[in-house]
Design a protein around this ligand. Structure first.
Ligand SMILES: *Cc1c(COP(=O)(O)O)cnc(C)c1O
Length: 378
């Protein structure tokens, strides 16, 4: 059994907390002093900081990444006759959000190269929905899986041709870029998550809706507060309690200040993995013009479970995102396409996520690469 130069965490929130503990405590004290636990000045402060970082025109801090997906879909007034196209290889929240918003999910396969929504399969599924005539194609949710932007150069033209709106699920890709634009300013509307393990995480649940196109902003702002108008007296549409606490906004604002430096470290770790594992594993590849936010670093290998067990024995923690395709889960099986989704099903058996966080040393990253290569050999 080999041993790492220092214990390796899959994601290390403690090292980050040690850096900012004093600042977070001062922030908590400031919220306690000002006393507005809901809708305090910290909310607008975070929203302005998110716009400044991403280039989005507007931002809304909300209670979770799931809410950030549901709100724009509620603002679009979708119904059960509306088809929302989503990849089957993603976190379950993408699918749940569609159903919670009252629409019907239509699963699309992913591409083996980048593990993201396959624009050609999207085209086929839209055509199929049109032929069946039961649903209206309305929206595609492009997920930037593990931090890598979906293929927007191909997805936008398909969407435009078929009159689909585009919602970006950037829950894993804060800090990703495509065509010189940060996630949050790529698609007209973007949802992101501040779940603690995401690349920009809080100390609890949270999320944001980011608007390149401000058209849906007002409706989402109302939905976040029980569907009320600016005076908060009358519900002008159906909404819910989707706000993010002042305390949590203060935490995420502090963490956003660290984010550029942390992103640079994530990229440096990924560069080590890329170089060391090239030709030996199937990487999650991405094309020119795309930059990953490295929310996770995921490879595809044969005999995945064996490789994972060997890595565990060498004190390298790994995780499997995701072992099961959405269309085969009990909650979503009724939306499964006849014939299944072969690339999604293959990837679920082959993916393995390696340790990825800004507080890994170069030595630790090399150790991980050494052990992956050794595990593939044995
Ligand atoms: C985490 C995640 C979500 C949901 O975010 P929560 O903040 O946990 O509600 C949605 N989509 C994807 C792809 C995710 O990874």
């Amino acid at each position: 059994m080999a041993q790492p130069p220092a214990p390796i965490a899959f994601i290390d929130l403690k090292a980050q907390q040690a850096r900012i503990r004093g600042r977070i405590e001062a922030r908590f004290a400031a919220v306690l002093d000002q006393g507005a636990y809901i809708n305090g000045p910290e909310v607008a402060e975070l929203e302005a900081a998110l716009c400044a970082f991403t280039g989005a025109g507007k931002a809304l801090a909300v209670a979770s990444g799931t809410d950030a997906l549901v709100m724009p879909m509620m603002a679009m007034d979708l119904t059960a006759e509306d088809a929302v196209f989503i990849p089957a290889f993603t976190y379950n929240a993408t699918a749940s959000a569609v159903i919670l918003a009252g629409a019907t999910p239509v699963f699309v396969d992913v591409r083996p190269q980048d593990f993201n929504l396959d624009p050609e399969d999207l085209e086929r599924r839209v055509a199929e929905v049109r032929r069946n005539g039961r649903l209206r194609p309305r929206l595609v949710i492009a997920v930037d899986l593990f931090g890598i932007p979906a293929d927007y150069a191909a997805i936008f033209p398909v969407a435009e041709r078929h009159g689909l709106q585009v919602l970006e699920d950037a829950a894993q890709s804060f800090g990703a870029r495509w065509d010189g634009r940060w996630a949050g300013n790529i698609a007209p509307v973007t949802a992101t998550s501040f779940f603690p393990a995401k690349s920009l995480g809080g100390y609890g649940d949270g999320g944001a809706v980011l608007f390149r196109d401000p058209q849906l902003w007002e409706a989402c702002e109302q939905i976040r507060w029980h569907g009320t108008d600016a005076g908060r007296r009358e519900s002008v549409r159906v909404g819910f309690n989707g706000r993010l606490d002042s305390l949590q906004c203060a935490v995420v604002t502090e963490k956003l200040a660290l984010f550029p430096e942390e992103l640079a470290r994530r990229r440096a770790i990924a560069a080590i993995y890329d170089a060391r594992l090239a030709g030996r594993v199937d990487p999650q590849a991405f094309g020119p013009g795309a930059e990953s936010g490295y929310g996770l670093y995921t490879i595809a290998v044969d005999r995945r479970d064996e490789v994972q067990a060997r890595l565990k024995a060498d004190a390298v923690p790994t995780a499997i995102y995701y072992p099961q395709p959405l269309h085969l889960m009990a909650a979503f099986r009724r939306y499964a396409p006849a014939g299944g989704l072969p690339e999604t099903e293959r990837l679920c058996a082959r993916v393995l996520s390696l340790p990825m966080h800004p507080y890994l040393s170069d030595e630790q990253a090399h150790y991980v690469a050494d052990r992956v290569l050794a595990a593939l050999e044995s």
